[in-house]
Design a protein. Sequence first.
Length: 513
Amino acid sequence: MQSMLPVLSLTIWLPILGGMAVLTSGDKPPSITKWLALIVSLLTFAVSLLLWTGFEPSAEMQFVERLPWIPPLGAEYYLGVDGISMPLILLTTFVTVFVIIAAWEVITYRPSYYLAAFLIMEGLMVGVFAALDALLFYVFWEAMLIPMFLIIGIWGGPNRVYATIKFFLYTFFGSVFMLVALIYLRLQADSFSILDFHNTFLGEQEQLLIFLAFLAAFAVKVPMWPVHTWLPDAHVEAPTGGSVILAAIMLKIGGYGFLRFSLPIAPDASAALDWLIILMSLVAVVYIGFVALVQQDMKKLIAYSSIAHMGFVTLGFFIAFGIFRKTQIDEGVTLGLAGGMVQMISHGFISGALFLCVGVLYDRLHSREIASYGGVIHTMPVFGGLLLFFAMANAGLPGTSGFVGEFMVILASFRAEPWYAVLAATTLILGAAYTLWMVKRVLFGPVANEAVANLQDANGRERFVLIVLALAVLVLGVWPDPLVTVMEPSIQDLADHIRVSKFAATPLTAAQF
C-alpha cells in the first residue's frame, strides 16, 4: 500500500530525533525531560497505529518508501512492511511507552540520557523491521546495539561492565558473518534489495554457507542454545527498562531474521539443516527449562524462561519443512510459521510484564533474590494478583496469549513428528513448575520478614502499566484472529516461497528435504 504520509519514516525518525531533543534538554528540571520523552513515545505509537488501520491483508509490501541512498553501492533508503514485520513494529512502539512510564520515578541518575537512549533505540529497532535494503538493515541492526550497550553499562548492576561487553561481543561477532553474506548476495543479485535476494537463484553450497552465516547472527540474537549465555548476565545487570526491551523486542529481531533472510534466501539449506535448528530449539525448551527451575534470582529465572519460550519460535519456523517432508501437502505448514509469530508477540507482552513486576519489587527491597521475599500477597494484593496472572500466562494457561502460540507450534510439531510434540509440550510442565515455584515462594505463605511486612502496594503508575499489559495478554489469548488474519497472507507467501528450490527453480521434493 502506498501512503501520502511517510508513516515508516516518521515511526523511525520521530523517536530518534525526539531522543536527541531529550538528550539535549538536560536534567533540569527533570519533569520536563520525562514529559517530553513520554510525549514522543506516545506520538510514535500513534503514528505506528496508522500501519494497522491502513494495512490491507496481503503478501505485498505496503507503505513502501524508496529513495536513493548510496548510488555507487546500489544501496537505497528502501522501507516497507508486510504481515510479518508490521505487528513487530507495533509491539516495539507499544512496549516503549511503558518503559518510559516505568522509569518515571525510578531513574534518578541522568534521566535525560536514559530516556533518550530508549527513544533512539526504539527508532533503530523499527528501522530493522522496516528496512527492505540489506545495507540499511545492517546499519540499523548494528546501531541499535549502542544504546543498549550504554543502558546496561551505565545504569546496570554491579557487574554491568562485564555483562554489557559480553552482550556486545556476542552480537557483534555474529553480525560480522551476516555482513559477509549480505555482501556476497549483493554481488549475486546486483542489488541490496532484500526482495531481490529472495528471488536470486543460488547453488547448494552457496546456500549452505549463507545459511550458516545468518545462523551465526540470528541464533545469538534469539538467543538459541548453546550461544545463549550472554542473555542471563545481561538481564541480571540491566535496569528494568533494559530487561523489558531485551526480552520483548530485541530477541524477536533474531526470529524476524530467520523469516526475512534465512528461510526465503536459502530454502534448500534451511530444509537440509532443519534438524539442527529443531534440535537446538528442543534443547532450549527442555534443558533450559530445567536450568530455570533451580534459579534463585528472579530476573535470571525469567531470562532462562525467555530462552525456553523463544525455542518455541524457532521450532515453529523450521518444523514447516518436517511437515511437508511427511505429508507432501501444504496442510499445517503455515501453522508452525504462524504459531512462531504469535509466540513472539505474546512473549513480548508476558516477558516484558514479568520483568516490570520484578522491577516493582526491586525498587522497594533492592533485591532480586527469591529468598528475600515471601507473603508479598498479604501486603501487595493488587500487585500480587497481577504477578500471578502473568505467571499463569507464562506457563501457557488457556485463555492467555501464552497458550495460543505454544498450542499452534505443538500441533504443527505433532504433524511433523509426534516425538517433537512430546518434547515441546514439556514446556507446559516445566514452565508451570519454575514459574509457579517462584510465585509460591515470593507471594504466598507467611510474611517472611519486616521488610516485606512494610511493603506498599503498586502505585497508580505501576498499576496502569501492568493492567494494560494484562489486557493485551488477555485479548490476544481470547481473540487472536485479528493478528492471525493480518499475518496469514505473508505467512502463506513465505510457505510457498520456501517450497521452491533456489538452484533448481522447482518445488522441493521429499528426496530434496
